[in-house]
Design a protein around this ligand. Structure first.
Ligand code: PGA
Length: 274
């Protein structure tokens, strides 16, 4: 049973698996089914911990159909979306199509989109707003590269991305927001930021949300950490008070490993859950 849920927190932990450009629809169906089995064997409690997967676009409808038809305690999301709702935007995917497919979430501004596709903060803000227009929760990804971390300006850098991403959101929209802090130097590298690094940034993000909106928004928005999360480091990260979940890349492609992350135990040294 998961024990890291902070009983005084209004935030339900979110364990998110970003499959990136892996898993065609046949492979994705197998992965989803073995993940569902792994979660059930590990006594995953969907009332306490939400588990979401982000398959590639062509795999999404297969995954959604399985979730619905088999009544699985999982939700799915898109990896990207267009800032526009419809029209002559070849290759893009509208938030309304994702909504129709039953997506609850969509990743916005993953560092691979920012770097490989040169997505700017302005475009990402438009994508965040497009998601809200269709009642999809954006998972806004922010985080610094190695040079910025070494220069010691990582908090400032990350908060600048956050502010640009959430600009114009209303106080009704903002509490549903999910922000994923993913230091770029820790993504897919095996380098993991320490739990205290994750906590430092998530606390800074939460304080900034108080300034940008209000204390209620800050208390309700969920903040994730991502970057080389594995079953053996997840519990310590999740145990930090401002970390409400994890965004997992590589390890989400291994159903047993990902199920262990979703059911991570609180370290023995930590205070017992109430
Ligand atoms: P990783 O990827 O877990 O493989 O480091 C995380 C991510 O890119 O979201």
């Amino acid at each position: 049973m998961t024990t890291y849920t902070n009983s005084s927190s209004p935030r339900k932990p979110l364990i998110a698996g970003n499959w990136k450009m892996n898993m065609d629809h046949v492979q994705g169906a197998d992965l989803l089914q073995s993940l569902a089995e792994g979660l059930s064997e590990a006594n995953h409690d969907p009332q306490r911990v939400e588990v979401a997967v982000f398959p590639p676009l062509t795999t999404l409808s297969t995954v959604q159909a399985l979730i619905q038809d088999d009544g699985l305690d999982l939700v799915c999301g898109g990896q990207d979306l267009s800032p526009y709702d419809s029209g002559a935007y070849t290759g893009d995917t509208s938030a309304q199509f994702l909504a129709k497919l039953g997506c609850r979430y969509v990743l916005v501004g993953h560092s691979e989109r920012r770097t490989i596709h040169n997505e700017t903060d302005d475009v990402l803000n438009a994508k965040v707003r497009a998601a809200y227009r269709h009642s999809i929760v954006p998972v806004l990804c922010v985080g610094e590269g190695l040079e910025i971390r070494q220069a010691g300006t990582h908090v400032e850098h990350t908060l600048t991305q956050l502010r640009a991403g959430v600009e114009g959101l209303t106080e009704e929209q903002a509490p549903r927001l999910v922000v994923a802090y993913e230091p770029v130097w820790a993504i897919g590298t095996g380098e993991v930021a320490g739990p205290q690094d994750a906590q430092e940034m998530c606390a800074a993000i939460r304080a900034d949300l108080t300034e940008l909106f209000d204390a209620d928004v800050a208390a309700r928005a969920r903040l994730l950490y991502g970057g080389s999360v594995k079953a053996n480091n997840a519990a310590a990260i999740l145990n930090e008070p401002d970390v409400d979940g994890v965004l997992v890349g590589g390890a989400s492609l291994d159903s047993a490993e990902f199920a262990r992350i979703a059911c991570a135990e609180k370290p023995q040294t930590a205070a017992p859950a109430l």
